[in-house]
Design a protein around this ligand. Structure first.
Ligand code: ATP
Length: 701
């Protein structure tokens, strides 16, 4: 497999297309590959050696089990563990090298600092590669590599550990190396980033989200490398790369804070399991371990286990219950959190009535207890009682010169608890609505069971009354689809996770018509956060984004200049014809060798109905609330479940006026359209949605 570099040209190298006019790069790649082959061989030998050592130690222990004394046995067991760890490390190196060999680097920058006259060449890849003490490839996350994303030719600089380094970038090249073969080299005299980005974006979708290290844009790089902000909030239009950026930021932080931060200190709160599966490959592709994945449901389930039960969230599009909707709306604003805060502040006055406490010779007055109660105002109510009971005992102890028997801590605590007028969180939560004068806004569907919109308010009160278990292990929390969570959910999350956060989403892609909160409210909750807005969309063609921008009336949305077919709005005589036309599109897709096609319906029920029909003739997958995997091919799903996903081609059936008419429906249609990367078709029977009628040029019989 070794290819010796041939001086003077690339023709003699078999795995390089002869059209690449960069003989120096062809030669360089051959040299790197040769060194990598040696490194892979060494790593392989290492793994084998460690393997042998492990087997020999195990055999020795088995053969002499009866004869070895316990101390020696223990030493051998320790040795085995150590060999095992070294082996895992060696395998890790070997695996990384093998991956890197496929595509060792994607960029080169030539830079000389203002202090030096010598220009240094730096090749940038997915991981660093050092051979014989020579750093041959830089990790894309290394400080020097940041210049590739941030600067064009000319003055440039980067933040090194010892301070800022300034200098000049004299060359920028970009490469595509696939299966160890150089596919192209682009010199920066042409607009390097755009050209390569265009090539990357015009490809068909992969089954899973992929890394974007070769084409990270400047404004994205700024977010990824921000290691200072405690909280970053990213508001970005559909397809602006928010999820990609969040994952690359994690990879960056894991590199930057190696030893202090590891993948098991990072959690992503994702909207559903399909989305989790869709993004699962990005970090391993970047050489990092997968991070923990959670949902708001899991969090509530863990915190409320054994305390109270709760119902799952109802689908707002399938639930016609005005009173329920009113309850959801009321609990969805920042105002609601403020009301809870006010109630919590008044709790001591409302629920605690101190009285004198006497035990034998000793006593403390009601006033003394009341004062202690206020002094501990930063603690949950129950915790305050514990602290006061300790204070009472200390107080008694210090006056106990005669050595009288003192009460037990438990007994004191019991007496203090009796001074509480309300004894548990559920009673307290009910009382909150009484205090508001709005008791009708709390409905328990069953005994000891909460509706979903009450789960986080309940937890918030639980925090104030009993305390919540803070997750101290987590050092970074990523919250995706931020617009779908209410301020009270954030208020609870802030109690549970006091760590650094990356919060991302798009308030233009809200899927719950009963959620009234806004980006401004989220900002109020995170007043010290760094807010970044991303308005350029990378996912879809210029034609699709221009169409979606007008349908969704998203003024800020900026398309990438990558052209494709104009989206089509097809009129059908009746539902039967609409179905036939959809089937026609599926046949075309199957013949075209396309990779992924999504049929996106307004509701989960409508998606299920379409699936039941199409599964009779096609190999289709249904992405429902219960699904756990995302796969290529034809998928049928709802707008809600399609969020965060993307398909080469998207079909949106049933875009009648009756289906898409409200302001909220406009948002749904926008989400559906922006899932398409290359091709978009909408169909309707009867009267088309008025969001489409201004697009006459897109209409087709
Ligand atoms: N700099 C980039 N280089 C290459 N591809 C990119 C870049 N930025 C984004 N993309 C691609 O654009 C698509 C959208 O990215 P991503 O899903 O992260 O966006 P998003 O803002 O989370 O989208 P949405 O909110 O619509 O779900 C993905 O295919 C991603 O790979």
């Amino acid at each position: 497999m070794n290819h010796k570099p041939q001086k003077g040209g690339h023709e003699a190298i078999p795995d390089v297309p002869s059209s690449i006019p960069f003989p120096d790069e062809v030669e360089h790649l051959a040299m790197i590959k040769e060194k990598m082959d040696t490194a892979v061989q060494t790593a392989n030998d290492n793994v084998k050696k460690i393997d042998k050592e492990y087997t020999a130690t195990k055999r020795y222990m088995a053969e002499y089990r009866g004869e070895i004394d316990p101390h020696e046995m223990f030493q051998n067991e320790l040795a085995l563990k150590q060999i095992d760890r070294t082996g895992a490390f060696a395998v890790g190196i070997w695996e990384k090298l093998a991956k890197l060999k496929e595509s060792p680097y994607f960029a080169r920058i030539d830079f000389h600092t203002n202090e030096d006259t010598e220009t240094m060449k730096h090749y940038i890849g997915r991981f660093a590669f050092t051979h014989e003490n020579q750093l041959l490839i830089l990790d894309w996350r290394a400080p020097i590599a940041s210049m590739f994303y941030d600067y064009e030719i000319g003055s440039a600089g980067y933040e090194a550990p010892m301070g800022r380094i300034e200098g000049k970038l004299t060359r920028k090249r970009q490469f595509k190396i696939k299966n160890g073969m150089l596919e192209y080299v682009i010199e920066s005299s042409i607009n390097i980033q755009d050209d390569v980005l265009q090539r990357e974006l015009s490809q068909t979708s992969d089954e899973k989200m992929k890394s974007i290290i070769a084409t990270i844009q400047k404004e994205q790089n700024q977010i990824i490398r921000n290691d200072k902000a405690k909280t970053i909030v990213i508001q970005g239009v559909a397809g602006s790369g928010k999820t990609s950026i969040a994952l690359h930021r994690i990879a960056f932080l894991l590199y930057r804070f190696k030893g202090r931060l590891s993948a098991n200190n990072v959690t992503i709160l994702s909207p559903n399991k399909v989305f989790g599966d869709y993004i699962a490959n990005v970090l391993p592709e970047l050489g990092e371990e997968p991070i923990c994945e959670q949902s708001f449901w899991n969090i509530a389930d863990t915190q409320l286990n054994g305390i109270i039960q709760f119902e799952p969230e109802k689908d707002p599009l399938e639930t016609e219950d005005a009173k329920w909707a009113e309850r959801v709306r009321f609990k969805s604003t920042l105002e609601f959190v403020r009301k809870m805060d006010q109630y919590i502040k008044e709790l001591p006055r409302l629920i605690f009535e101190s009285s004198d406490y006497t035990s034998g010779q000793f006593s403390v007055t009601a006033d003394w207890i009341q004062k202690r109660f206020f002094a501990y105002q930063s603690y949950p109510i129950k915790k305050r009682l514990e602290l006061i009971s300790n204070d009472i005992l200390d107080h008694f102890q210090s006056a106990n010169f005669m050595g009288y028997e003192l009460p037990r801590a438990k007994t004191v605590l019991k007496s203090l608890s009796a001074m509480l007028k309300i004894k548990n969180t559920l009673a307290l939560y009910k009382n909150f609505y009484q205090w508001l004068g709005l008791p009708h806004l709390l409905v328990l569907p069953k005994k000891q069971t909460l509706e979903w919109p009450d789960v986080f308010p309940f937890l918030y009160l639980q925090g104030a009354f009993q305390g919540l278990e803070e997750n101290k292990l987590m050092k970074h929390l990523v919250i995706d689809e931020m617009q779908d969570y209410t301020p009270i959910q954030y208020a609870v999350i802030n109690r549970l996770y006091t760590c650094q956060k990356t919060i991302l989403g798009d308030f233009g892609q809200s899927i719950n018509p009963n959620h009234l909160h806004t980006l401004a409210q989220l900002q109020e909750l995170y007043s010290d956060a760094c807010l970044v807005e991303l308005n350029k969309s990378y996912r879809s063609t210029y034609e699709i984004i221009t169409f979606a921008k007008s349908v969704g009336q998203v003024e800020k949305l900026e398309p990438m200049v990558r052209h494709g077919d104009v989206p089509k709005v097809i009129s059908c005589a009746n539902e039967q014809e609409e179905l036939q036309k959809i089937q026609g599109k599926l046949n075309d897709f199957l013949q075209s060798g396309g990779v992924s096609l999504g049929i996106i319906l307004k509701t989960n029920n409508a998606a299920k109905e379409m699936y039941d029909i199409l599964k009779q003739d096609y190999d289709v997958q249904h992405i429902s609330m219960d699904s756990t995997h995302f796969a290529n091919g034809i998928s049928i799903t709802s707008v809600q479940m399609s969020k965060g996903l993307e398909f080469d081609e998207v079909i949106v059936p049933d875009v009648r006026e009756e289906s898409y008419c409200s302001k909220y429906d406009r948002g749904l249609l926008y989400i559906a359209c922006t899932r398409a990367m290359h091709k978009l078709t909408l169909l309707y029977t009867g009267k088309p949605s008025h969001f489409l009628t201004s697009h006459v040029e897109n209409f087709e019989k």
